[in-house]
Design a protein around this ligand. Sequence first.
Ligand SMILES: *Cc1c(COP(=O)(O)O)cnc(C)c1O
Length: 376
Amino acid sequence: MGDREYQFVTEAFETNWIAPIGPHVDAFEQEFCKTVGSGHAAAVSSGTAALHLALKLVGVGVGDEVFCSSLTFSASANPIAYLGATPVFIDSDRLSWNMDPHLLEAALEQKAKLGKLPKAVILVHLYGQSADIDPILKACEHYGVPMIEDAAEALGATYKGRSPGTFGKIGIFSFNGNKIITTSGGGMLVSDDAALTSKARFWATQSRDPAPHYQHSEIGYNYRLSNVLAGIGRGQLMVLKDRVAARRRNCEVYEQALGQIPGIEFMPEAPWGNATRWLTCLTIDPVAFGTDREQVRLALAEAQIEARPVWKPLHLQPVFSEYECFGGEVSEDLFDRGLCLPSGSNLTDEDLNRVIQTILQVRNAASVKIPASVSL
Ligand SMILES: *Cc1c(COP(=O)(O)O)cnc(C)c1O
């Protein structure tokens, strides 16, 4: 937390606005629009809820196909299943680890020939880095398929000077506890089309028709964000820049210490913008490094340092394995060799150094091929 969250939460208590509606919710939406440069926003209870509403807003329903990045968290694709639609996964490129524009074009072309275009494309911006939006948006527009951006991990990033999440028809963000800023749980749906965000608010508030009694013409959801949590969000927005700077610094420190080691490659920062380095990720080439990712992860775990493999691609997940995937080798390789290092905004130099030293020790142990005691 920063300095202001407590004050905003106290204000919610003192004014008795303890509800999924209130002045903090309205202000949070407006301030969020300013932060990302979006026309309109609807604050909701999670990023997943925002994505569910986004898919419904573009008309996704039973039997439709929806394209989605494969290398991502399951929450990017779960809402496709909520709506009875079918996910089709698209592999990553090596430059950004995000959806490969060429694969997307090929997939759209193939589906167009079959007369079965997807109802939407979910473009994920992974680990704080924007995908290559322009060619992806161009391909979507060419085939008349709406692009929805899952920018849950990319608040604070840029693509050609603008925030990812604001290029497609709808964008979504998350304020879950692990994200770069948090409301403990929460999400935001953004769009330049006010009709879409107000419809999202309507569905998120149990689809209450304007009537003095409770009247409903549509199925609704209980997806609105609490006014208390929106207060936390307002305070968090004020420290977003600091959080990005802290995460980027973590990555710089790691990169300086480990970047020159044979076999270690950091997730590239693509030329089209700034990544937040929400997580610092790298890949380990077992031959050049001397041992593999898993041994490094286990050595870190042994030292009470939590590090995790890069997302397991969704096309490899048991729950999604029956679905089609275009490509797959890149995300499979990144899953195989990729490691996410501790990346919190509050890590100290001592913390970072402990991680670095542990990795260096694994390498030294692996590279000792002559007895260490040999003396001249
Ligand atoms: C966290 C996350 C979500 C879901 O957000 P919640 O607020 O946790 O529901 C969706 N997509 C990606 C890529 C995420 O990392």
